[in-house]
Design a protein around this ligand. Structure first.
Ligand code: ZN
Ligand code: ZN
Ligand code: ZN
Ligand code: ZN
Ligand code: ZN
Length: 707
């Protein structure tokens, strides 16, 4: 099993040109943060590969990302376990969650149901699969179905309603018929499988033909499926659809066969081998045929018959007197293993083969209609087949951008250099990571708990939890502001760089979180005043209604001051609204464009500045001379050049055993003085263990190392 961090969704304009605001992606994340979701290749549920979980929302100036963590199954055992899990998931979303509606539908259908019916695994509506049920339910009307095609005007399309009760989106492939829902043939679905979503683009185009009164329009229905009215809803599936813009003159396309090979064929994401286009004269009419060829069987039968190959096929004829398309139909051509081999391997082209294959007509339009609609319907029918657009000479403005983004999918952090350091400077804004998690409990008498799950160092064989030493300063300042808390008993580590990684503070009430924000802001103001070029990170957790909200921040102190000056108090607004304001205010900084790489800042469940510890083998010698520390390293010339190029030096880190306040003389962890805030307060380390060195480009002192 391999684990990947990736991006499941981003805000802004998505692949279908829908604008997704931050609130929408937060809602999507909120709905499934604690659900394990089966993951499929290319949105195809017949190709399961593992699970994924949405892990949080990462925000940089200009963009928000819903992050996910995926586990890809490798071994056979893992695969079997996954199939079990998917079954359980399906059972939950299709049966358990819709038990009452299913009961209602079963009652309504009564005797019409056979004893072999089952729940239809579709997300669009609550429905039942039962062989030939539509024939039994509507015996008279069924007689009007010719060649498997029903008159579309006998079926009422279904639309969602928007907030003002106005017509919203089309629920594709779902129709009202005398108090029931009927569904378009399952071969309209991705990979022709009932498990997948139907072809939304096609139905959106097809519905436009309903208003063209001169044409006849027909459609194949799933005669084995009936649904309950009122449960229908569109399914969101953000898969990129190539939108071709091509020439409107069909006459200039030469006759003959053109074959476009799929250069992106990989047998995993895509089983499309090629698409063939054929123009010829039939009965004195210009005729167009188009068929895609795939090499994976995709039609299965419940009774265990061997699987077959189904390929999408389009046939069309032009009216010689008007030059307009006057007939267009779409079908699935079905091949058995022998036939498909012949079709593919012998390179028999579309002009010679296919007529003798079995096929199922899915839709049909007769009488003249526009060339624009003709192209739209063909392209939509062949959604996700980019070869169609390629053939028509389509230009696609968004293709490159999307390609760039999909490369980002499941990306592993690329290390820019061996001494990977984070470069984030003033004006580049704050990085925010926000996630939901289970509610936490907190003792009666305290306002704040400390959570530092993933901060530790390895000492000998043991992992030891640590805190940045100046967490003490922050906590003392919070105490001064009237909050009750316990000082931590964890190891306090002092890193001699210009970075503070504070832990997550679990706040009992929303107003406690507001006090923390104010305290951090005031500390940042003090650092700005001292002209510290400092980076800090910290987290906050608050209990919400059913879960807790965990937000962490990482950025330059100057930017924190600006950001926290501009946001409302958490106790005055809803949590999600507060997040949205933070995002909007942070968007005023320079656009982030994934710099630094988000996965170099997300560690476990927070954003922070990870330090890179110098491997002990690399250290030849450390010594102190005149109160200054010197170090000598074993390294190659390349490594040395890299350090110089990135202005990286080393800095020591210590475990603090005893720390004295210079002002009052007491132990600094115990006294009431607060560094940075109070004048002339600093701590003097009385006893400490040198633990090692880190590589840093933010040395707190001038660099003294010798290379
Ligand atoms: Zn549902
Ligand atoms: Zn291509
Ligand atoms: Zn035809
Ligand atoms: Zn909730
Ligand atoms: Zn003191």
């Amino acid at each position: 099993m391999e684990n990947y961090q990736g991006v499941a969704m981003t805000d802004g304009v998505n692949r279908k040109n829908h604008i997704m605001p931050l609130s929408t992606i937060i809602k999507a994340y909120h709905d499934s943060w604690n659900t394990v979701i089966p993951m499929n290749l290319g949105h195809d549920r017949t190709k399961p590969i593992g699970y994924t979980m949405l892990t949080g929302v990462y925000m940089e100036p200009g963009k928000a990302y819903v992050t996910n963590e995926s586990a890809i199954m490798g071994s056979k055992e893992e695969h079997e376990k996954m199939i079990k899990m998917i079954k359980a998931y399906d059972d939950k979303i299709f049966c358990e969650e819709h038990k009452e509606e299913l009961d209602t539908l079963v009652r309504m259908l009564g005797d019409v149901l056979s004893d072999k019916f089952r729940v239809a695994p579709v997300g669009q509506a609550v429905a039942i699969k039962d062989k030939d049920i539509v024939y039994r339910l509507f015996p008279e009307w069924s007689e009007t179905i010719k060649d498997g095609l029903a008159d579309v005007r006998d079926l009422e399309p279904v639309y969602t309603k928007d907030e003002n009760d106005k017509k919203g989106f089309l629920v594709p492939g779902v129709y009202h018929k005398d108090g029931y829902l009927l569904f378009a043939h399952q071969f309209f679905r991705r990979s022709l499988s009932i498990l997948n979503t139907t072809n939304e683009e096609f139905f959106n185009s097809f519905e436009k033909m309903r208003d063209v009164s001169t044409v006849e329009i027909q459609l194949a229905l799933d005669m084995d499926m009936v649904g309950l009215v009122g449960t229908e809803h569109p399914e969101l599936e953000y898969q990129y659809i190539r939108g071709p813009h091509f020439n409107d003159d069909l006459d200039c396309i030469p006759e003959g066969v053109t074959c476009h090979e799929n250069e992106h064929y990989d047998n995993v994401f895509s089983n499309l081998l090629s698409t063939q286009f054929y123009w010829h004269i039939q009965d004195g009419k210009r005729t167009f045929e188009c068929e895609e060829l795939c090499d994976r069987e995709n039609i299965s039968f419940e009774d265990g018959q061997p699987m077959l190959w189904g390929c999408r096929y389009v046939h069309s004829m032009m009216n010689p007197s008007t030059g307009l398309p006057t007939h267009l139909d779409g079908a699935i051509r079905i091949y058995n293993d022998e036939q498909i081999l012949e079709r593919i391997d012998f390179k028999t082209d579309i002009s010679k083969y296919g007529k003798n294959s079995e096929y199922i007509k899915l839709w049909r339009i007769d009488n003249d209609f526009s060339v624009a609609m003709w192209k739209e319907l063909i392209s939509a029918f062949y959604r996700e087949n980019a070869l169609i657009g390629e053939y028509f000479g389509g230009v696609d403005e968004k293709y490159d951008q999307i390609k760039k983004e999909s490369n980002e999918h499941n990306s592993v952090v690329k290390q820019t250099n061996n001494f990977a350091h984070i470069e984030l400077t003033e004006g580049e804004g704050v990085r925010v990571y926000f996630r939901y998690t289970n509610k936490f409990e907190i003792a009666e008498d305290i306002d704040i708990g400390i959570y530092n799950k993933d901060t530790f160092i390895v000492r000998g064989e043991r992992k030891v939890k640590i805190l940045d030493a100046d967490t003490v300063t922050l906590l003392k300042y919070l105490k001064r502001k009237g909050l009750n808390l316990r000082m931590p008993i964890t190891y306090l580590i002092s890193f001699e760089d210009m970075i503070f990684n504070f832990p997550t503070l679990c706040c009992k009430r929303l107003c406690v979180a507001d006090i923390v924000i104010t305290a951090i802001k005031e500390l940042c103001q003090a650092w700005v005043k001292r002209q510290d070029d400092r980076l800090i990170s910290f987290g906050l957790m608050v209990n919400l209604e059913d879960e807790s909200g965990h937000i962490s921040f990482a950025g330059h102190v100057n930017d924190f001051v600006k950001l926290f000056d501009a946001i409302p108090k958490l106790s005055d607004v809803a949590f999600e609204e507060w997040i949205e304001t933070i995002y909007q205010e942070n968007n005023k900084f320079k656009v982030g464009e994934n710099y630094p790489d988000k996965f170099s800042l997300i560690h476990g469940d927070v954003v922070c500045f990870k330090r890179l510890i110098v491997h002990p083998n690399k250290i030849r010698k450390i010594w102190i001379e005149d109160g200054r520390m010197y170090a000598q390293f074993n390294m190659t010339k390349e490594e040395r050049d890299e350090l110089l190029e990135h202005k990286i030096g080393s800095a020591p880190f210590y475990k603090i055993n005893q720390d004295r306040c210079n002002k009052c003389g007491r132990d600094y962890t115990q006294c009431a003085c607060v560094k940075f805030i109070d004048e002339n307060v600093f701590d003097e380390v009385v006893e400490a263990d040198l633990l090692g060195l880190i590589w840093t480009n933010r040395n707190a002192f001038c660099s003294n190392e010798q290379l």
